[in-house]
Write a protein that binds this ligand. Structure first.
Ligand code: NI
Length: 177
């Protein structure tokens, strides 16, 4: 399949609310997911939402393996999540640094619910129902925000905690997720 161009903040398509997937197992969905995987891998992302490649459907993928890039990050299983619903469990939230492939070279400190349940479907239409916390929960909330046209800078409480990674974290490898 192919590596697609990731839309960057400023492109109006990133503000759209994406439509639910109605048909599973078809060639359109299969090709979309192949492109999303190729694109995410090529850019070494942690996750990607379909609207980021200009497809306004409620589809996200994410995966965190133990890597050089995130030595401290807990692993998150490779997941295709379609038509997701997130339910926060408790109102405890936690701030953490995030980046986004649509906002290259930047980082922001973003509050997210610490513990969530998420439900949705995989590419075959099988139900996914997980209760997760911490980094896994953060990744899911970030990716699903894209489906509602929300980018992480909108959630930053103090804009002093938004900037170029090179300035915020001198000497550290600049990566985008
Ligand atoms: Ni993002």
């Amino acid at each position: 399949m192919s590596i697609r161009t990731v839309l960057r903040m400023g492109d109006a398509r990133l503000w759209q609310v994406a439509a639910p997937v109605r048909e599973f197992g078809g060639v359109v969905l299969r090709e979309l997911l192949a492109d999303m995987r190729d694109t995410m891998q090529a850019l070494q992302g942690v996750g990607l939402a379909a609207p980021q490649i200009g497809v306004s459907l409620r589809v996200v993928i994410f995966s965190v393996t133990k890597s050089e890039r995130y030595p401290d990050a807990p692993e998150v299983p490779e997941t295709v999540l379609i038509n997701p619903v997130i339910t926060p469990l408790g109102d405890e939230s936690e701030e953490g640094w995030e980046g986004c492939l649509s906002i290259p070279s930047m980082r922001g400190l973003v509050p997210r619910f610490n513990r969530i349940r998420y439900q949705g479907y995989d590419e075959h239409g099988a139900l996914i129902d997980r209760t997760v916390s911490g980094f896994h929960a953060r990744v899911v909330q970030h990716e699903c925000d894209h489906l509602d046209g929300v980018l992480y800078p909108q959630r930053i409480r103090d804009m002093k905690n938004f900037g170029f990674s090179e300035e915020l974290f001198p000497g550290r490898d600049a990566v985008d997720e």
